[in-house]
Design a protein. Sequence first.
Length: 147
Amino acid sequence: MKVEIYNETKEDIPYLETIKKVIEKALELEKVEGECNIIFVDDTYIHKLNKEYRKIDRKTDVISFALEDEDRLVLPDGVRILGDIYISLDTAKEQAKEYGHSELREVSFLAVHGLYHLLGYDHRTKEEEEIMFQKQEEVLQIYGITR
C-alpha cells in the first residue's frame, strides 16, 4: 500500500502521519492493495475543482477522483491505482468547530470518506449510506478518533 499526502496549503498540518495510518488501515480492512493520494487544499482551490468537474459552483469539503471505473487499474505487482482525494483544510476546520469535535476527527473522517468513494462505495440511498458510514466509523474507532 502506498498513501501519499500533499499539503498544498500554507498551513502546517501536524496530524498527517495519523491520516496516512488511518487510510492504510481502511485499505487493510478492505483487503485492497492500493495506492492513493490525499491532497490538502484551500477553499478557493476546491471550489474551482467542484465547479469544473462536478458543475457545482460552491466549495465542498472533499472530492474524490477515482481512476478506476468499471475496470480496475492494476500495476504489474497487483497494486491498484485508486485515485486522488482532495480535502479543503479551510472547510474541514469550519466543520470541526460546527460539529464540536477536533480537526483530526474531521480530516480523518473526510479522508476515509474520500477513500471509500474511490473504492466504489456511495451514499445515494439510505442502505448505501449505512454501509459506507459504518465502515468509516469502524476505521476511526480503531485509532480512537471519536466525536
